[in-house]
Design a protein around this ligand. Structure first.
Ligand code: SF4
Length: 414
């Protein structure tokens, strides 16, 4: 077994752990936010439905703010209140409801997993974190722990960004929190800390603390229910680490959880010395030419052509204006030509490059891609026969466009 972490970074006093759990849970009972998935999980007597309600919320909340998720969650649960209902939905319906929430593969995988539960597990959700992670596609360690603790009362911890920040501050952890060895330590700590009788509430309380009090930039330490257990705060107030028995084994350069010797404590940052900021990876720059093809529909209202993206990869299965990735540093004239060629091959009729009207550029940041859409428009007179061998496509009114499974980026383009 790996050596336990140095005392500064451990929760080694059982009395302190008990007090911390009690303070955190009492605060949660008083201050927790009213959220629809909490109300559903608390009121639902059926274990499978409860697990499903928590699962949907956890998938939606990955990388997305609570305030954005609430409305999507309510619409989703109204439309598909059970796993069985979701399993019968089409991917198109799932994408339509998910449109605007981002990271679209989450909705698709949720639906695939629901189908698996219905067809292979007789409609019953696995009941432990281990089985949830093993049996459900798209359910990782965090989501499995959240579902198992909140829905089924399993005493298992969870580690997400909020929990990492709180743990780093409670125990002065300044090592790179994205390194696998450090993440393992967080999981050990979360599993050791979780309250045995109210694990779901404890996990939600720890995350809630990170989301509302122990926030990244200006934490509200004065209002914090666990401030007396916080070693970062102790260090800020007293200028030195908390008095723990073998604290001298830390901070000399080889402690695996202390900040590196090259990044010493900065007193102007206080508790926000922790967690240490990881070097941000630069997103990849991409340019894509996109063409809004427009036709006059009945009563002169415009109709737009949208095509469906492939069923895997970025924005899988979503609809977009005909688009074409461009090599970097292409001259504008050349961009126009390659786009005209692309449209021509696909529509089976000549498209003159100079007929494409340049509209402007739309920038959209995906998690790892800095995407620039170079937007053109083209008005078409008469009928266009689309090549049936190419991607599925259809003409839509503006209203239909907004109701379709299109990405936020395409809405910006329109
Ligand atoms: Fe976070 Fe401050 Fe509470 Fe420590 S005292 S856990 S830094 S809010």
């Amino acid at each position: 077994a790996p050596a336990p972490p140095p005392a500064l970074h451990r929760f080694s006093d059982p009395g302190e752990v008990e007090a911390l759990r009690g303070n955190l849970l009492a605060w949660y009972d008083r201050c927790k936010r009213d959220l629809p998935w909490r109300a559903l999980a608390a009121a639902e007597p059926d274990a499978d439905r409860r697990g499903y309600a928590v699962w949907v919320s956890e998938i939606m909340l990955q990388q997305t703010q609570v305030a954005t998720v609430v409305d999507y969650y309510n619409r989703w649960m109204q439309k598909w209140p059970t796993l069985q209902a979701l399993a019968q939905a089409s991917l198109e319906e799932v994408n339509e409801l998910w449109a605007g929430l981002g990271y679209y593969s989450r909705g698709k995988r949720l639906q695939e997993a629901a189908r698996k539960v219905v067809s292979e597990l007789a409609g019953h959700m696995p009941r432990t974190a281990e089985d949830l992670q093993k049996l459900l596609p798209g359910v990782g360690r965090y989501t499995a722990g959240a579902i198992a603790s909140i829905s089924y009362g399993q005493a298992t911890g969870v580690v997400d960004g909020n929990v990492i920040r709180v743990l780093c501050r409670l125990r002065c952890i300044g090592a790179d929190s994205s390194s696998p060895a450090v993440i393992d330590q967080f999981w050990d700590m979360a599993n050791a800390l979780v309250d045995r009788s109210r694990p779901g509430d404890f996990n939600q309380a720890l995350m809630e603390l990170g989301a509302t009090v122990c926030v990244p930039k200006a934490p509200l330490c004065g209002e914090c229910p666990v401030k007396q257990h916080c070693r970062a705060r102790h260090r800020k107030l007293f200028g030195k680490p908390a008095p723990v028995p073998d604290v001298e084994d830390c901070g000399v350069g080889d402690c695996p959880l202390c900040p590196p010797a090259t990044e010493p404590w900065d007193s102007s940052l206080g508790v926000t010395n922790f967690p240490r900021k990881a070097a941000k990876k630069q997103p990849r720059a991409m340019r894509t030419a996109t063409c809004v093809l427009e036709q006059r529909g009945c009563r002169g209202a415009p109709k737009y052509l949208i095509v469906q993206r492939p069923s895997s990869g970025l924005l899988a299965g979503l609809w977009e204006f005909p688009s074409l990735p461009l090599p970097q540093d292409l001259q504008e004239e050349k961009e126009r030509e390659v786009l005209a060629d692309h449209l021509q091959a696909w529509m089976g009729q000549p498209v003159a490059a100079k007929g494409l009207q340049f509209i402007g550029e739309v920038i959209h940041i995906f998690s790892h891609i800095h995407q620039t859409y170079v937007v053109y428009s083209l008005h078409l007179d008469g009928d266009v026969t689309l090549d049936p061998a190419s991607s599925p496509s259809r003409w839509v009114t503006e209203e239909e466009f907004h109701a379709s499974a299109v990405s936020t980026a395409m809405k910006k383009v329109l």
